[in-house]
Design a protein around this ligand. Structure first.
Ligand SMILES: Nc1ncnc2c1ncn2[C@@H]1O[C@H](COP(=O)(O)OP(=O)(O)OP(=O)(O)O)[C@@H](O)[C@H]1O
Ligand SMILES: [Zn+2]
Length: 570
């Protein structure tokens, strides 16, 4: 048994997340957490809402609410939806928590003591119409790198380049649209990442097993152009963690807050403290402090590609630079983008399918299966309603659902609702057992390596093997001439159901529970020994024929949904 710390990129607070956000971070993290727990490992799976920064203020203003109230409400909304998707966080925290505030101020203080923070007086964009500075998303313009016209002050959403508001071409205020902007002097703190470049470079180079997407983005920021740049970590805003040097005031920084990208990853640690303070866990230090045992922990992070620079460079710079014994990430699983029907998913433009809407039309398992089996791993992936309909109908309804329904119903009609006893296994049964044994080993390999699509493919193949067996051996035909042989065939096929339930649980937890319940088994037990697991249901073991597990998506449904989600949500 090992100990695994897992974090998902923390979803931003400014609205309900779309299916792209889900498959790029929380959902694969949940898949991995569920798998590792099923294999008997000790897992701490943390997530939180990312609540600071300009978009939260803008969204609160739009909703006509004070930003703190808006964030508290949206946190509750997101928490409820993540439950609906079966995301099995041990704790879902908030980056605006007092724990994170204190820890963020602490890190700033120790980084300053280590000579890694520089105070810089610089020019920032000031809007005369709005009477304020315009950091980050308060300003938009054309990206100097790729020409994208709606690049934000802190990052271009199109090419992922980190930007400074002063870099933008044709800048405008997102509050008023005003272009009456001028440069004014203000003082800010910079994290001296450039001083840590060699250390970070060596660390990234030591991660030969990381996804290429992760290391290539890190190397780009390390080496492109002038190399790794120092990063402003404070802002002229009201909403955020007040700038302090540990518990002490920071002269000259009164009224300023830390930049959201400085405090957000620190929330990974703070959420473990919140978990303990909420009475749900004990001893967060053993997960996060290498002087308290965290060296034994394997720490895996999940995120979409735009989050990679912060997790491979800025946050590690914070951790390493502190000189304190904090746990560093061991593996970063990153994702390309899921696109929606020929374009981008977009929260700000309301384009695509959002998590609440998805659950309104179909249960979580349908989405979980499609998203994970089409995860944008090696390249971007596209969601289309046709593909969704066809995968759900084929994989879930025709293959898995049909197998379970067919065999339980056939058994009930010929032998009753209990596992039949007669007959012995022959060559076909031995071959199936051997095939499933080999496939389970491959499935585990892919899951251990967090190869999401390959894992889904192997799982589908394991389901299909059962169907092919039934098709080839046709117990309904065998029964007419050799009832005992048919009994043995049915016995083996019924035993595949608990195996399917256990193996499938990380992908489709609800259907998995339904299968176990129908087989009258309390818990899933991981099939470490597949042939033994295929004898779990002994002769005489009673079961129930389950309700239809997966309804097929009709062409009418598909067309209606495709139309409903063609526009933008308000
Ligand atoms: N289309 C997408 N496909 C896959 N992952 C995505 C996609 N868009 C965002 N992500 C990832 O989702 C996670 C949560 O994102 P976050 O809440 O910060 O929203 P975001 O990056 O501002 O995106 P958006 O503005 O589209 O909601 C991040 O890890 C991000 O990289
Ligand atoms: Zn760009």
């Amino acid at each position: 048994m090992a100990r695994h710390l897992i974090t998902s990129a923390i979803p931003y607070i400014n609205g309900i997340k779309h299916l792209g956000n889900l498959v790029g971070s929380q959902l694969p993290a949940d898949l991995y957490a569920r798998y590792l727990r099923a294999r008997g490992h000790e897992v701490l799976f943390l997530c939180a809402t990312d609540e600071h920064g300009t978009p939260a203020e803008l969204a609160a203003a739009k909703a006509g609410k004070p930003v703190a109230e808006y964030c508290a409400e949206m946190h509750a909304v997101q928490a409820k939806i993540t439950e609906g998707f079966g995301l099995s966080f041990d704790y879902f925290g908030r980056s605006s928590s007092p724990q994170n505030q204190k820890l963020t101020q602490h890190f700033a203080g120790v980084l300053a003591d280590q000579g890694l923070i520089e105070e810089v007086t610089e020019q920032q964009v000031y809007s005369n119409a709005d009477g304020r500075f315009l950091p980050d998303r308060y300003i938009e313009g054309t990206c100097p790198n790729c020409g994208f016209e709606s690049a934000r002050g802190d990052q271009c959403d199109n090419c992922t380049k980190q930007l400074d508001p002063v870099d933008l071409i044709d800048p405008r205020s997102t509050i008023s649209g005003s272009t009456d902007l001028e440069m004014r002097e203000t003082k800010h703190l910079f994290l001296r990442q450039s001083k840590m470049k060699d250390q970070l470079d060596a660390w990234i180079n030591s991660k030969a097993d990381w996804p290429v997407l992760t290391t290539s983005i890190a190397k780009k920021w390390l080496h492109d152009g002038d190399g790794l740049q120092d990063r402003g970590i404070t802002r002229d805003l009201d909403w955020g963690v007040p700038v302090k040097h540990g518990e002490k005031d920071w002269p000259g920084m009164e009224g300023k807050v830390f930049y959201v990208w400085f405090d957000a990853p620190i929330e990974y640690i703070a959420s473990a403290q919140e978990w303990v303070d909420a009475g749900q866990g004990t001893n967060w230090e053993r997960w996060w402090r290498t002087d308290a045992g965290a060296d034994d922990v394997r720490y895996t992070q999940f995120m979409g590609k735009d989050n990679v620079p912060f997790h491979t460079l800025s946050f590690p710079a914070t951790i390493m630079g502190s000189g304190e014994p904090w746990k560093l990430v061991d593996y970063i699983k990153s994702f390309n983008y899921l696109t929606y029907d020929g374009g981008q998913f977009s929260t700000s433009r309301g384009r695509g399918v959002f998590m609440d809407q998805a659950l309104e039309i179909l249960p979580a398992d349908y989405w979980r299966w499609w998203l994970l089996s089409h995860a944008p791993e090696t390249s971007d992936a596209e969601f289309t309603w046709e593909n969704f309909q066809s995968s759900v109908n084929k994989d879930l309804a025709d293959v898995l659902g049909n197998f379970v329904s067919r065999i339980t119903k056939f058994c009930r009609s010929k032998f009753g609702e209990a596992v039949p006893e007669a007959g012995t296994y022959g060559a076909a049964e031995e071959a199936l057992i051997a095939d499933i044994t080999a496939r389970v080993a491959k499935y585990q390999e892919h899951m251990d390596a967090i190869e999401v699509r390959k894992s889904a493919q192997e799982l589908r193949a394991i389901w299909a093997a059962g169907n092919e067996y039934l098709q080839a051996e046709a117990p309904w035909t065998t029964f007419k001439t050799d009832a005992d042989k048919a009994a043995a065939q049915v016995r083996l096929a019924l035993n595949l159901i608990p195996l399917y339930a256990t193996l499938s649980a990380p992908f489709i937890p609800t259907a998995s529970q339904q299968m176990l319940k129908a087989m009258r088994l309390p818990d899933a037990i991981w099939p470490d020994d597949v042939p033994a697991a295929l004898g779990l249901l002994s002769p005489g073991h009673a079961f129930d024929v389950p309700e239809v597990m997966f309804a097929k998506i009709s062409d009418e449904d598909r067309e209606a949904w495709s139309e409903r989600f063609a526009g933008t949500r308000d």
